[in-house]
Design a protein around this ligand. Structure first.
Ligand SMILES: N[C@@H](CCC(=O)N[C@@H](CS)C(=O)NCC(=O)O)C(=O)O
Length: 219
């Protein structure tokens, strides 16, 4: 059976999450590098594949799927030897879904809102409302992780895998000194998720270098 194709690039947190999920499932993907600077997602052939023009985008024997959260759930359901990353129990799965939506609505939204003007235009000025967004994202996550080793249940799931890549990039704006719960959870992820260093660190370093070169001091 041919390996599923993943259109991806290292610097993209949702792409890194899908690669972490594939590693946890023990699945090899056929990765195809996308150059975001060259606007390759805007090329007609890519838009034909994914009109939302985002990566990660998966093609599995002609079945096309985008959005990291949808892709990760699909990979676990189709290729997972167990459902431990995304259990079928309705309440456990619902809590994981809650965190997947938190990733979209808070973590990625915050990274995109503050980071986009930096990546596109080297914009160093961050307005008060954006600082407020960062404050509330960090505060909510700190509270969500109170007394918890993992986001849902007693072992890592897609919730942790989805949130860790974006959170580890958000720390380019502000380190975690004042957030002990997030700090401890990130350390657990670094130490436990299969192939974490190999998959998450190189792309994350690119994000940290770009943001670090623009910001004079942490937000
Ligand atoms: N919520 C989406 C976010 C995907 C996304 O916005 N990806 C960015 C890269 S990090 C992208 O493809 N940007 C190019 C574009 O929008 O044209 C997911 O989890 O997959």
């Amino acid at each position: 059976m041919p390996r599923p194709i993943l259109y991806t690039t290292n610097a993209s947190p949702p792409c890194r999450s899908v690669l972490l999920a594939a590693a946890a499932v023990g699945l090899e993907l056929d990765t195809r590098e996308i150059d975001l600077k060259a606007k390759e997602t805007m090329k007609p052939e890519f838009i034909k594949l994914n009109p939302q023009h985002t990566i990660p985008t998966l093609v599995d024997e002609g079945f096309v799927l985008w959005d990291s959260h949808a892709i990760m759930g699909y990979l676990v359901t189709k290729y997972g030897k167990s459902d431990s990353l995304y259990p079928k129990d309705p309440q456990v799965r619902a809590k994981i879904d809650q965190f997947l939506h938190f990733e979209t609505g808070y973590l990625f939204n915050t990274l995109r809102t503050i980071g986009r003007p930096m990546f596109l235009h080297g914009e160093a000025n961050v307005t008060a409302d954006k600082i407020e967004l960062l404050n509330s994202t960090y505060e909510i996550l700190e509270n969500l992780l109170e007394g918890r080793k993992w986001m849902v249940g007693d072992s890592y799931t897609l919730a942790d895998i989805s949130c860790v890549s974006t959170l580890s990039s958000l720390t380019a704006f502000r380190p975690l000194d004042k957030y002990p719960n997030i700090q401890a959870w990130l350390k657990n992820c670094e130490e436990t998720l299969p192939n974490y260093a190999q998959i998450n660190l190189p792309g994350n370093q690119i994000i940290h270098q770009i943001i670090g070169a623009i910001l004079k001091k942490p937000l």
